[in-house]
Design a protein around this ligand. Structure first.
Ligand SMILES: [Zn+2]
Length: 423
């Protein structure tokens, strides 16, 4: 089961990540001396800034013998492959170095309120395989993570994966606030029993590799930015489903705030609205425009609507009440978003989540409010677009988080220093 996303250039994506890992000095040809450690040498290779031993020596000022030691260590630990196709000005052609894509597998896990999707990625972020199962997050961590463990083992046991790839790291997205440094959920409203549960430890004990955990909307924002909008450094990802959340990519990195709650926009008040919200306040964006609230209002009109998927179905059938409500929801989202656009000045806003399936209606309302209310400078180059990655965004984003951690210069240096073979 290969993903259609495969068609996006992986070289550009990998380069973009490593390029961001280099300091600005290191990016320019006249900069000071980068690449002092093996991890930094890997960033030079991965970014395409220096892809032969001679170029690395020239860019770093390191002796050729030192460069060779670093490169040989990176090859021995499976980070780098060496080919022989670099262009030459004569004599023996220099051997071209490249990030080693094959041999590794990274797990990306997207746990939702009522489903989980487990994927395997290569280290350039391509989704190799993914499986989705229904599950109930309220069943608690042991039950849910036990299911994820069995699914992941089944994917790793598949013949083509088992014979050629080794699991190197795991990324997990969950539908609640997460303290990123520890990977523990903090008072997650729809995840009873998960407060402070050590999710990374669960996976590290069972698979022997590092696991990173983040809020699912952050993971989706990362997937959209890295894979669909790599030229955009400032991006907001709005997830409009049962609830409403926002992932923030600032200067190419996820912005989580002081404790990890940045982007929790579902409880920002919309204008003079007074719909009661489950948080105890009233007029919250989620209570005005979330899928659960819209479904309830449609039921009051006598329509059958259990949640976001039914709303989407009604809009597609042309039901005038559903169409009107989604468009109004778009305006309410747009009203809050116009403030965020003025405050943050993103280049791109990506709208995903279940209700984005009817983006003609939703985005029309959002655009209308944002362009009416945001400042001209903030909307000058602003694009508001539907998600391009779609249903795999959470799994791909969580996997990307794990890859970028595993390939960061500090982590690579640590892996080489401890003589570990894990990426
Ligand atoms: Zn609220």
């Amino acid at each position: 089961m290969w993903s259609a996303i495969e068609t996006i250039s992986t070289v550009a994506l990998v380069n973009a990540f490593f390029f961001s890992a280099l300091s600005s000095d290191h990016r320019s040809a006249s900069g000071s001396l980068p690449g002092q450690t093996p991890g930094e040498v890997l960033a030079l290779i991965g970014s395409g800034v220096a892809v032969t031993r001679a170029e690395i020596a020239r860019r770093t000022g390191l002796a050729r013998s030192t460069v060779s030691q670093r490169v040989d260590a990176l090859i021995a630990h499976g980070f780098v492959d060496e080919g022989s196709d670099a262009p030459s000005t004569g004599g023996r052609p220099p051997r071209r170095l490249a990030l080693r894509i094959h041999g590794h597998a990274i797990a990306g896990v997207d746990i939702g309120a009522s489903h989980c999707r487990v994927g395997l990625l290569d280290v350039s972020g391509n989704l190799l395989v993914a499986r989705e199962d229904p599950l109930t997050i309220a069943d608690g961590p042991e039950t849910v993570l036990g299911h994820v463990e069995r699914t992941l083992r089944a994917l790793l046991e598949a013949a083509d994966v088992k014979a050629t790839r080794t699991l190197r790291a795991i990324g997990v997205g969950v539908p609640g606030p997460v303290e990123f440094s520890s990977g523990r959920p903090v008072d997650p409203p729809i995840m009873p029993g998960w407060h402070h549960y050590p999710i990374p430890g669960f996976f590290e004990e069972r698979f022997g590799v590092r696991a990173l955990v983040d809020n699912d909307v952050n993971a989706m924002a990362l997937a959209e930015q890295r894979r669909a909008f790599p030229g955009t450094l400032h991006l907001l990802y709005l997830k409009v489903g049962t609830g409403i959340g926002c992932g923030i990519v600032a200067d190419g990195s996820i912005h989580r705030g002081a404790r990890g709650s940045a982007g929790d926009i579902g409880h920002i008040r919309v204008g003079e609205r007074d719909e009661p919200c489950r948080c105890g306040n009233s007029g919250c964006l989620e209570a005005v425009a979330g899928g659960a609230a819209l479904a309830e209002r449609l039921r009051e009109l006598g329509l059958e609507a259990a949640g976001s998927l039914d709303i989407v179905q009604l809009v597609r059938e042309g039901n005038p009440d559903a169409v009107r409500m989604v468009r109004e929801a778009g305006r309410a989202v747009g009203e809050v978003l116009s403030g965020l656009v003025n405050f943050f000045n993103p280049e791109t806003v990506v709208v995903g989540g279940a209700l984005a399936a009817v983006h003609d209606q939703l985005l029309a309302g959002i655009r209308e409010a944002v362009y009416r209310r945001s400042s001209p400078l903030a909307t000058d180059v602003l694009r508001i677009e539907p998600s391009r990655i779609g249903e795999n965004a959470g799994a791909i984003g969580a996997g990307t988080l794990a890859i970028e951690h595993a390939l960061s210069p500090a982590q690579v240096d640590r892996a080489l220093a401890t003589d570990a073979t894990a990426v």
